[in-house]
Design a protein around this ligand. Structure first.
Ligand code: SAH
Ligand code: AVI
Length: 352
């Protein structure tokens, strides 16, 4: 495994001891040092929000409130991806573990790690063996990570759990050293939140970091009926609308801005040409928003759309194409009868 090894421990708290009685404290969180500069919120505002066509990077959704809203969305009747993927993980967990035989599980954008339990159950098998297994959830949201780790430590007392705090736009090379086989996991169809170019760059970097025996398990939401897709992003309870508007509260904090969320509407439409949901915030009236960092005024016109997220949908051909373009080869894929969602197990291609 590439060494990386450049990381700082934050808040090493001896609140739990290993099952083997070694008394080694489990770190509460390890901050992954970025390998390259991450644009500041002010940089992103200057580049993306203050110029047309306007957009806001979706990572700003995930403050503590946004992460909680996302979790609420996953329980809504309209948002099928979480239920579909959980069922696949439950049914295919043992097969995935048989193929990947990991010593480490590194989950990118792990959030609540709730579906990951299906994999952890399958990994558990007859009990944790001699080699200590480690689950490394990696996320930009510290609140989501710490809540997930606390719940998992209760449920899996024999598992080493080391949360990694970081932003994957800072790179995927500075993870702590992981000795043995790694199963990298990227669930939720989150790869669909990247543009095609970003997705290839992200997965290629991951493929280069991985060793020949490592595997990637990745979830892809599938192209399907437009009405089903649009309903999933326009739930009747208004959770997705609230999640979308929450990004303005985050910007108010990060940029010293004065967005009034009551003056914006949520919009989510499926673009059949690009095979993607596009989520926007739309000002209800002409308005001027002040920003402190960078010092600027943002003049918005009623009806002008601000892009907050794309969520790309895949066919079996398009997800295999993405994997291959990124240096992976498909080992096996898993999908339900309705074809709503796919899980793909892949290996770095030159090594298959
Ligand atoms: N994997 C979970 C959560 C998906 S939501 C699931 O399938 O349900 C997307 C997750 O990615 C959130 O937890 C969010 O905090 C995280 N995330 C978004 N942008 C990120 C970034 N740039 N770096 C690291 N994590 C990020
Ligand atoms: C995290 N990601 C896969 C979700 C999605 O479906 O694209 C985020 C989301 N946005 C609105 N609802 C859910």
């Amino acid at each position: 495994m590439p060494t990386g090894g450049c990381y700082n421990l934050t808040g090493v708290t001896p609140r739990q001891h290993n099952k083997d009685g070694s008394g080694e404290p489990e770190p509460t969180a390890v901050r992954v040092r970025p390998a390259r500069a991450i644009p500041t919120p002010a940089d992103d505002a200057a580049r993306l929000l203050l110029q047309a066509p306007r957009s806001i990077p979706p990572k700003y959704f995930y403050d503590a409130r946004g992460s909680a809203l996302f979790d609420a969305i996953t329980d809504s009747p309209e948002y099928y991806p979480t239920r579909a993927e959980r069922a696949l993980l439950k049914a295919s967990g043992p097969r995935i573990m048989e193929l990947a035989r990991p010593d480490h599980m590194l989950e990118l954008g792990s959030g609540s790690s709730s579906k990951t339990r299906e994999l952890l159950d399958a990994w558990d098998g007859p009990g944790y063996g001699e080699s200590p297994r480690t689950y490394w959830p990696f996320d930009v949201s510290e609140s989501a990570l710490s809540e997930a780790a606390a719940a998992l430590r209760l449920r899996y007392p024999g598992l080493q759990i080391t949360p990694l705090v970081g932003d994957y736009s800072g790179g995927l090379t500075n993870f702590p050293r992981m000795t043995g086989r790694v199963l990298a996991v990227f669930l939720g169809g989150t790869i669909g939140n990247f543009t095609p170019e970003e997705a290839v760059a992200f997965l290629s970097e991951l493929a280069r970091w991985m060793d020949e025996d490592d595997s990637l398990l990745i979830g892809f939401d599938r192209v399907k009926d437009k009405a089903v897709l649009e309903a999933a992003y326009n739930d009747a309870a208004g959770l997705t609308a609230e999640f979308n508007l929450n990004i303005l509260r985050v910007l108010n904090r990060e940029l010293g801005a004065d967005f009034d969320t009551a003056r914006f509407s949520h919009m989510a439409v499926y673009n059949t040409e690009a095979d993607q949901i596009e989520m926007y915030l739309v000002p209800d009236s002409d308005q001027v928003v002040s920003l402190q960092t960078p010092q600027a005024t943002l003049e918005l016109v009623a009806g002008e759309k601000i892009l907050t997220e794309i969520s790309r949908k895949f066919t079996p051909e398009s997800f295999v194409g993405l994997l291959e373009a990124s240096g992976f080869a498909l080992v096996e894929s898993f999908e339900p009868e309705d074809g709503y969602f796919s899980l793909a197990l892949a290996r770095p291609r030159s090594m298959v």
